[in-house]
Design a protein around this ligand. Structure first.
Ligand SMILES: O=c1[nH]cnc2c1ncn2[C@@H]1O[C@H](CO)[C@@H](O)[C@H]1O
Length: 500
């Protein structure tokens, strides 16, 4: 008869020690789950396991699918409903024009705001494949109290009602023309070639002040409904116009945002604020960047509670930080001479490549004292920088669905964020340009990440959410307030889960 072996107790002790050693620096180690939290954690864990098994059996596991295919699957799950209802603290990485459903924007322009005209312009863009260049009809919008020349401009109402399939088909068509939702753009080059075009259309819609106000109001409602209580958006110098021809400069636009947010906060006392990071395009001529830096410093003096930093955006292959180091440093010195500051919150490392400028931008961002880094997709290649980021408490803004749709990763289970998290880099989840990716808010990103990485649990979700407050452009007092509100909402949410 075989001799029964009892497990070697020394081995078990060694193994437990190894596990502990390996997870000693995990990003979420400081989160302590209450007994209630633990029940909720068990419930979420079981739900994830059950739905994962079922979805894998149908080859429909969402993190493995292109988001255009994953979205309807995610929408049908119970776990997504739960994740949607989760308090998500702060949202730190989104671009002003690309936050809302394009179908809603077009319908609102035509039906509610009025005085809306549009034309289609033919735009050619390289597709980097055997077909060479492609062209696309892009709509541009304009708002006017008088009829614009009919040979060029159509009224939005007429364009929508006369479109085959009617108004909603028209809105869907505009969305298709202005997005990178479909898998027609499988590589970084193709996605960016299309992506770069769509911001003109979006800009033309929200440079009209009544549209801008409707947009900001809707943004607050939708993102608050998604569980967010603090929002930071990247915005270029934003100016708007009125029907009578008067224009608002960025400073006046910020005043109008302040009014809208104050009003929203009266009805939503848990909502903290909406703030902006002044952005310029990284490939703009240096004199333009110098001007936007000076303008950002002016706004720091007058609207320092609304403009919390400065960033350079756009495809990182087009231009590096290094040639701009002097310009950027001079601007910060000039800010402090003027008794203010201009914090940098740079995009860097949004690339799969290694050792080339989009990757080595991470060095410059670090040396320029960036507060956080947008994307840092290639940070996992840099053991030394990872250590520096951890020691200097520089958080990374990760937008997994954006990374997939812009061609940096296929199956999200391969996303480098898990390496960073388990080594102790702090991350805040974001959605970058959800309006151009076919959704709103940040819940899909939370869902995909929780599904993709089974080593993440409820404590991880709580840490990711609260990081949106910890690393926000708020003062210590404001952060403390926001965190208390977040904890209240969190406990309420946990109760609702455990009560099921
Ligand atoms: O993921 C991104 N990386 C870099 N730049 C971006 C990203 N998403 C949007 N923009 C840039 O922001 C501007 C609109 O506000 C656009 O110019 C777009 O290229």
């Amino acid at each position: 008869a075989p001799i029964a072996r009892s497990p070697d107790p020394t081995y078990t002790v060694q193994r437990n020690q190894l596990v502990l050693y390996d997870s000693a620096n995990r990003f979420d180690n400081d989160i302590v789950l209450s007994d209630m939290d633990k029940k909720a954690n068990a419930y979420l864990h079981a739900l994830r396991e059950k739905e994962t098994t079922a979805l894998k059996a149908q080859s429909q596991f969402p993190p493995a699918l292109h988001f255009s295919l994953a979205k309807p699957v995610i929408d049908s799950t119970e776990l997504f409903k739960v994740i949607r209802s989760m308090p998500k603290g702060g949202f730190l990485h989104g671009h002003l024009e690309a936050m809302l459903d394009i179908k809603w924007i077009v319908k609102t322009a035509a039906e509610d705001i009025g005085n809306c005209y549009l034309k289609f312009v033919n735009r050619v863009y390289p597709t980097f494949d055997e077909r060479g260049n492609a062209s696309i009809q892009l709509p541009l919008f304009n708002f006017s109290s008088t009829q614009l020349p009919r040979d060029e401009w159509a009224s939005c109402q007429h364009a929508r009602s006369s479109f085959p399939g009617g108004p909603s088909a028209f809105d869907a068509f505009v969305e298709h023309q202005n997005s990178v939702i479909s898998n027609e753009y499988p590589t970084e080059e193709k996605a960016w070639a299309k992506f770069d075009l769509v911001f003109d259309t979006l800009g033309s819609l929200i440079q009209y002040q009544p549209m801008f106000e409707a947009y900001i109001t809707r943004l607050l409602e939708q993102y608050h409904n998604d569980g967010l209580t603090y929002i930071e958006l990247r915005s270029s110098r934003w100016e708007t116009y009125h029907l009578d021809g008067t224009r608002r400069n960025f400073s006046s636009v910020l005043d109008s945002v302040r009014d809208i947010v104050d009003k929203f906060r009266k009805d939503h006392p848990h909502f903290q604020d909406l703030r902006f990071i002044y952005q310029d395009l990284r490939f703009n001529p240096t004199v333009d960047i110098e001007n936007s830096l000076m303008h950002a410093i002016e706004l720091r003096k007058t609207h320092g509670d609304q403009i919390i930093g400065y960033d350079l955006v756009g495809h990182e292959e087009t231009s590096a930080l290094r040639p701009l180091v002097d310009t950027l440093r001079k601007a910060q010195a000039s800010a402090s001479e003027q008794s203010t500051s201009l914090p940098f919150i740079f995009h860097a490392g949004e690339t799969t490549r290694s050792g080339v400028p989009p990757d080595t931008n991470l060095y410059d961002a670090y040396l320029l004292n960036t507060k956080r880094v947008g994307h840092a997709f290639s940070l996992s290649h840099h053991p030394g920088l990872i250590e520096k980021f951890i020691n200097s408490d520089i958080a990374v803004e990760v937008a997994p669905i954006s990374n997939q749709l812009l061609g940096y990763i296929g199956d999200l289970r391969g996303h480098p964020m898990i390496d960073l998290l388990l080594k102790g880099v702090q991350v805040s989840l974001a959605s970058d340009d959800p309006g151009v990716f076919g959704y709103e808010g940040v819940s899909y990103d939370y869902y995909q990440v929780y599904m993709a990485f089974e080593s993440l649990d409820l404590a991880s979700l709580k840490k990711l959410a609260s990081n949106g407050i910890t690393y926000a452009g708020m003062g210590q007092q404001e952060k403390a307030e926001a965190m208390v509100k977040f904890e209240t909402l969190w406990d309420r949410w946990i109760l609702s889960l455990v009560d099921r």
